[in-house]
Design a protein around this ligand. Structure first.
Ligand code: AMP
Ligand code: MG
Length: 526
């Protein structure tokens, strides 16, 4: 108790509620039609948190796609964003009124190795907006030119990876997974040099914030406890206000992030989503999926699935993701140790507090996953045998290389009547493996009180028809980059952003790749 008296939790609420913006006037002066209504808080943090830097203009900006629905949710005017001035802003050629562009400092463990300084090497936070839902969002340009954090990189992004992030992040949002969003993609009219010259693009990313585990590590690695303190207060004010008033705020913050990540990764697992680069700099404090690089959705169920060409150790395989999330959260706990020590009164007590907070991950994650599997199987009640029923199914799916998404959707038909069993079972190399499991499933369903109609409807809301399948994504990216054909991208985007709605003529989007279409590796594209 005595120890808590010494805790200083910096109060950030005043910053959060202020609308005072020390506006860096737009270069074109007043009277722009584009009004983001920026109300910036990160720019009010100490100077060492970021580097103030404007996006670097590009040669010939051309709007590829504006996310009109998202613009409206953010309270932005889609018409204005599509105007010439709007596109200039989204390309980084013009600084909007009230924007205070900056590159955020952060560190991170990349594939297990600590890098004390990473930071936004190709991104500029333009500012923050308060959306129609009263929540605050970062508006960030990605691929907007070099910053002091660029190291050897060019600060740019290629069109392919930009479109991949657009497709996958918007699909994830439509699937109900916490994620950063994509407001726009703009072609730069410039080439970026990778293994070959590729068309360049800038993506506008919208995030609850860009706070990462790596942001905490940045200050912790410098023994800058004051920096960690300010960052923790900022994180609480922005994402977990209840932690700030808890008896032990820093422990409450850690627990809140642990919980958010436990739930997030559970959703990935239920969809077969593989992030691909779960480094601590790509682990968000808000619990959003962030940094879509070599991400991919698994088709045939296999816990060892890896797509990322750079993940040679298979560290970020599908089945490893929960373990890796906990590993990343342990790095966050370490960064918070000095504050936990103030809060608990001793180093030992701080370690115990950290361990206790981290130990909540597994039960939270397992419960979230099980709740999700139950929904996918049409179960509304809980029985002891459910875990075994699910594990048995997953084992059989693995052994039979069953397409995960298609199977669960077909299971909705099997729930409607036994006739559906044939199509569901046909996905198994050995259909009998399905039949014997389905018999157990039906016995279990008999204990449910929901009607068949209710069950089928609920299952169809839990089991998407469409995910961004890798070969479809690849085809859309190739058409865009090699043929300037954006129709393929548009169609795929439309399908994957309505993932639960079966559409006539959409069969090709719902089935796994043929062997010759199969994508084996995905690339970061940085
Ligand atoms: P990522 O793999 O996108 O999570 O990025 C890891 C780190 O590398 C971050 O600090 C990025 O800002 C930086 N980075 C990635 N690509 C580039 C690039 N083309 N130019 C400069 N920095 C980059
Ligand atoms: Mg990153």
């Amino acid at each position: 108790m005595l120890a808590t008296k010494r805790i200083r939790v910096v109060r950030i609420e005043s910053i959060m509620s202020s609308n005072a913006v020390s506006a860096a006037e737009g270069v074109s002066g007043a009277g722009q039609p584009v009004d983001f209504g920026f109300s910036n808080t990160y720019a009010r943090l100490p100077d060492r948190f970021f580097s103030r830097i404007n996006p670097k203009p590009v040669a010939a900006p051309r709007l590829i796609k504006l996310n009109v629905a998202l613009a409206l949710q953010l309270g932005l005017d889609p018409q204005a964003l599509q105007s010439e001035e709007g596109v200039q802003i989204l390309a980084g050629n013009r600084v909007a009124r009230g924007s205070e562009p900056l590159a955020i400092a952060y560190a991170g463990h990349q594939f297990g190795h600590f890098v004390p300084q990473l930071g936004d090497g190709r991104a500029n936070l333009l500012g923050e907006v308060v959306a129609r839902n009263d929540l605050r969002y970062d508006i960030q340009l990605k691929g907007s030119g070099p910053t002091p954090f660029s190291r050897r990189g060019d600060g740019r992004a290629a069109l392919g990876p930009v479109l991949r992030e657009y497709l996958v992040s918007e699909a994830m949002a439509a699937l109900g997974v916490p994620t950063t969003r994509t407001l726009a993609a703009v072609a730069t009219g410039e080439a970026v040099l990778r293994e070959s010259a590729l068309p360049g693009a800038v993506l506008t990313r919208v995030a609850a914030s860009h706070l990462r585990v790596g942001t905490f590590e940045y200050f912790a690695a410098r023994r800058d406890t004051e920096g960690v303190r300010v960052l923790a207060a900022y994180a609480m004010a922005r994402h977990y206000p209840e932690a700030a008033t808890a008896e032990r705020p820093y422990r409450a913050l850690l627990e809140a992030v642990v919980s958010a990540q436990a739930h997030l990764v559970a959703q990935w697992m239920l969809l077969g989503f593989i992030h691909g680069v779960m480094n601590t700099d790509n682990t968000s404090i808000s619990g959003e999926t962030i940094d879509y690089g070599p991400c991919a959705f698994m088709e045939a169920y296999d816990v060892e699935t890896v797509f990322s060409s750079i993940d040679s150790q298979r560290r970020y395989a599908y089945g490893n993701q929960p373990r890796i999330a906990l590993w990343n959260l342990t790095r966050l706990a370490e960064a918070l140790l000095p504050l936990l020590e103030e809060e608990t009164g001793s180093e030992t007590a701080a370690r115990t507090a950290a361990e206790e907070a981290l130990s909540t991950f597994a039960p939270l994650h397992d419960a979230a996953q099980m709740a999700g599997w139950r929904r996918k199987l049409g179960l509304t009640t809980e029985r002891d045998g459910d875990v075994g029923l699910v594990q048995d199914l997953l084992d059989r799916m693995g052994a039979n290389r069953v397409d995960m998404t298609l199977f669960f959707r077909r299971l909705c038909d099997a729930a409607a009547g036994n006739e559906g069993d044939v199509v569901a079972g046909a996905l198994f190399a050995e259909p009998a493996a399905y039949d014997s499991w389905a018999a157990l499933w039906r016995e279990r369903l008999a204990e449910e009180s929901s009607t068949t109609e209710e069950r089928v409807a609920a299952m169809k809301r839990a089991n998407p028809v469409y995910i961004p399948r890798n070969h479809m994504v690849e085809a859309a990216l190739t058409a865009a980059t090699e043929r300037q054909d954006f129709e393929t991208f548009e169609r795929l985007l439309d399908v994957v952003t309505h993932p639960f709605e079966e559409r006539p003529g959409g069969e090709a989007y719902a089935v796994p790749a043929q062997p010759e279409e199969r994508v084996r590796w995905t690339f970061c594209g940085t």
